[in-house]
Design a protein around this ligand. Sequence first.
Ligand SMILES: [Zn+2]
Length: 161
Amino acid sequence: MKRRTLLRSTSIGTIAFLLGITATKSSMSKKPEKISLSDAQWQDKLTGEQYRVLRKEGTERPFTSPLNDEKRTGIYVCAGCDLPLFNSSAKYNSGTGWPSFYQAIADSVETRTDYKLILPRTEYHCARCGGHQGHVFNDGPKPTGKRYCNNGVALKFVAEA
Ligand SMILES: [Zn+2]
């Protein structure tokens, strides 16, 4: 009986300890450490289309990504380095033909202004490997009003176990 009580209090202590760690981590929301590979290493690691989009800021043809129809619960990670970028809960159907999200996971993407077209657009890329993901617009749904228009080939979907 004594032994059982001891075990129980130990496991509660362990859980509290783990929760404490998790809370500390998320409140710190540390930016991911950057990784950098040479061009040859990226070409080796990625498919041709992934390389063209992620490393050369290409754009995939709309309505071609299987992720457009992905509706399962899970996480979308960078196809270049596996950093989690979007939760499935933030995905919505924008009708544009590219996987769209109204919110990125905190600190997972960085933005910069892209002047390739006449009107400047906001490009965003993976905060860890710098891989180009897409462009973010201000015509998204509530609660953020943002539309992260993402190349499907730049993402990998990891279904919740
Ligand atoms: Zn990445």
